[in-house]
Design a binder for this molecule. Structure first.
Ligand code: MTE
Ligand code: MTE
Ligand code: MTE
Ligand code: SF4
Ligand code: MG
Ligand code: W
Length: 653
């Protein structure tokens, strides 16, 4: 009997229309847990680096995590994995909501798609009955609309549907996949789905997932629940309200946007607007939110409510959360009402709320600079908000200038030439980043920006505070009940870390300490992305209910896999290196691990070099960022080392 795992994957060959239910290898679950981990193994085995993102040979995987479908609070993430059209690298995006528990209840851990359907289809998984159905009547339908249409047509109101919109069908490089209140947003996986002619995947399941030691598991969950309630009643004092409690950043709950609007950049990540936030704007935006917001909502089996349903006047209702609240507003130098209204249309089209607005602002900047001409924008309205609506329509249809912008800022600049690359200035690995531009370099951010394998979300949010606490009392108080922290050294950093003096950035924490902190933050992200846990209960907030010291028992009681903290850390290392290996064979090297050049006004080239050197060494990678043979051997990844050897990767100078 399999525990926690359903034990079966669905293998779908879209070209032939062939569907197989295939038993998975329990040894892979032990080695890679599930979700991101086992996805990375499948990608490694099946998709060599010569395969383009849109080639039929590329594989697109929708995976539940190991704990999804168990009663574990907030275990609801679906990890979607493929090759990204934008970065040309291994991409994983994820969505919460309700889809992956439903897949587990239907009896599967993953849906693995290869090939390309001859015409637009959707997949309908109803327990043991799986069909590929015609979707020609859904051409051009919205990503949210499609979910409702499919449920109605199947007469299955309880089915969970993940769908693409027009942007995905037209292979916009930043097309998303939308599901309920969730979105698999970054890196253009919606375009990969579109390239396979798959409009949606609907799933309904009514089976159970087995637990290895149910009584023990439920006892552990009681503790998680108790601590979650306590932690939500006790937000971290003097910390940004959106990050002081649990969950993903609480943008739907909080109205005060002074910090974002004055510290993040507006337009195409250009202008910081000091002194922007005032009483009138605060009142206006508060009113907008009060008018449009219906209620706060959760994902499957989660006590938090990070999302909201919104109804902009005269528009359909949609779901929103986190920082997408502000990206359109700030890209267009407009107000919140505009941002929330255009986001409804963009969600229906299915585009990433981070890249989308920046790409539009980038287009307008090129027009202003004379690199693009009026003729390129023929027909565009005069008013500011109208320009963005117009551009959105052109991009998702790939019409005129929209066809070029639909490739994202990096590839658009490549096509436009004439110095356009200088305007694509906010990318990591060819992909738009959040428009955050800061004064002085921060060494922890630096490493996460450079080296994070999920380059589309920096994952800077983590169990370590984003800034020092102001007073010694606060520092000591914070550390006093920090049982989630794995090392005394890291606690010592929080006790000492200050805004000024000997223990201020960028030289403190030292590169060695930064490596240790970043390694811990990453580890937590990798566990979450393998077991399908929401980061909002684990790797994102300070002092979360899930951590390195209860995770091993929870995973073990659920799956029956022998596990302690050391073993769990080893698994995360294995997965992290396997994900990286997928990128190394696609050419990723040290030269690619750079933050946007103007991310900080003040840079420290020597310190930056030392940070990267130290971090690589800490990780067991060579000076070019390639995992060494010794490390790969230690992690049971000899097959990766052999492949690197064969490709001549170790003999490069
Ligand atoms: N959970 C995991 N495991 N991995 C992640 O990257 N991102 C968080 C949160 N939970 C994240 C995660 C962030 S920042 C947000 S805004 C929400 O998930 C996004 O929710 P969605 O993907 O369901 O839309
Ligand atoms: N794009 C759309 N369409 N909808 C969203 O909710 N969330 C943003 C961003 N882009 C969002 C979006 C947020 S808050 C985060 S953290 C990232 O997507 C998450 O990226 P992922 O889904 O690729 O993990
Ligand atoms: N980048 C930095 N430097 N710091 C952050 O906290 N958070 C990520 C992303 N990139 C983050 C970041 C996530 S999940 C979101 S949704 C957005 O930035 C907004 O994060 P914030 O609202 O905490 O600033
Ligand atoms: Fe969803 Fe928020 Fe719960 Fe995460 S913490 S599962 S984003 S409601
Ligand atoms: Mg997502
Ligand atoms: W977010």
């Amino acid at each position: 009997m399999r525990y926690a795992d359903a034990g079966y994957n669905l293998e779908i060959d879209l070209t032939r229309g062939n569907i197989e239910k295939v038993e998975s290898d329990p040894r892979d679950t032990e080695l890679y847990l599930g979700g991101l981990g086992t996805n990375a193994k499948i990608m490694w085995d099946r998709v060599p680096p010569e395969i383009d993102a849109f080639a039929p040979e590329n594989v697109l995987i929708f995976s539940a995590g190991l704990l999804c479908g168990t009663p574990a609070l907030s275990a609801n993430r679906t990890m979607v994995t493929s090759i990204s059209p934008q970065t040309k690298l291994f991409q994983y995006s994820m969505m919460g909501g309700f889809w992956s528990p439903e897949l587990k209840f239907a009896g599967y851990d993953k849906v693995i798609m290869r090939g390309k359907a001859p015409n637009l289809v959707y997949i309908w998984i109803n327990n043991d009955k799986v069909e590929i159905r015609d979707a020609s009547h859904l051409h051009g339908k919205g990503a949210v609309e499609t979910q409702e249409l499919i449920k109605a047509e199947l007469n299955e109101p309880k089915a969970q549907v993940a769908a693409i919109g027009l942007a995905g069908e037209n292979r916009v490089f930043f097309a998303s996949i939308e599901q309920a209140r969730s979105s698999c947003s970054r890196g253009g996986l919606g375009a990969v789905m579109g390239s396979k002619n798959v409009k949606a995947i609907a799933v309904r399941g009514t089976k159970n997932i087995n637990l290895a030691r149910p009584a023990e598991f439920m006892k552990l969950m009681e503790e998680v629940k108790r601590y979650t309630i306590w932690r939500n009643e006790n937000p971290i004092p003097n910390y940004m309200p959106i990050l002081a409690g649990l969950g993903s950043p609480q943008e739907m709950k909080h109205d005060d946007e002074k910090w974002h609007t004055e510290n993040f950049s507006w337009g195409n990540s250009r202008t910081r607007r000091r002194g922007f936030w005032n009483k009138d704007i605060a009142e206006d935006w508060k009113k907008t939110m009060a008018t449009m917001q219906n209620r706060l909502i959760s994902c499957f089996n989660c006590p938090n409510k990070c999302g909201a349903t919104l109804t902009p006047p005269g528009q359909p209702t949609y779901m929103m959360k986190c920082f997408t609240k502000l990206t359109y507003t700030m890209a267009a130098y407009s107000d919140l009402a505009f941002g929330l209204s255009i986001a409804q249309k963009a969600t229906e089209y299915g585009i990433d709320g981070y890249s989308g607005p920046q790409v539009m602002a980038f287009g307008l900047e090129l027009l202003e600079a004379g690199i693009l001409s009026e003729a390129d924008f023929a027909g565009m309205p005069e008013d500011n908000d109208g320009k963005f609506y117009w551009l959105l329509d052109r991009i998702v249809r790939r019409e005129g200038i929209g066809d070029i912008l639909a490739d994202g800022t990096y590839w658009a600049a490549e096509r436009i030439g004439k110095g356009a690359h200088a305007f694509a200035h906010n990318n990591i690995r060819k992909h738009e980043q959040l428009p955050l531009k800061l004064g002085t370099m921060d060494p922890i951010y630096y490493l996460l920006y450079c080296c994070n394998e999920k380059a589309t979300v920096t994952q800077i949010e983590g169990n370590f505070p984003q800034a020092p606490f102001a007073t010694q009392e606060e520092k000591d108080a914070f550390v006093s009940d920090w049982f989630q922290c794995p090392s005394e050294r890291i606690k010592e950093v929080v006790r000492k870390w200050s805004f000024k003096g000997e223990y201020a950035g960028p030289y403190y924490p030292t590169p060695e300490l930064c490596s240790e902190i970043v390694d811990w933050q990453e580890r937590m992200h990798y566990v979450d992305d393998c077991v399908g846990m929401c980061a909002g209960m684990s790797s994102f907030p300070l002092k979360p209910p899930y951590h390195l010291f209860n995770y091993p028992q929870i995973i073990s009681a659920a799956s029956g896999i022998e596990m302690d903290t050391d073993e769990l850390v080893k698994v995360t290392k294995r997965v992290r290196n396997l994900v990286r290996a997928n990128n190394i064979i696609r050419g990723l090297r040290r030269v690619d691990e750079v933050p946007p050049e103007d991310h900080w006004n003040k840079r420290f080239p020597e310190l930056e070099k030392e940070l990267l050197d130290t971090y690589y060494k800490y990780k067991g990678w060579n000076n070019d960022g390639v995992p060494t043979k010794e490390l790969l051997h230690e992690l049971n990844l000899d097959y990766v080392a052999e492949d690197f050897e064969k490709r001549g990767i170790y003999s490069e100078t």
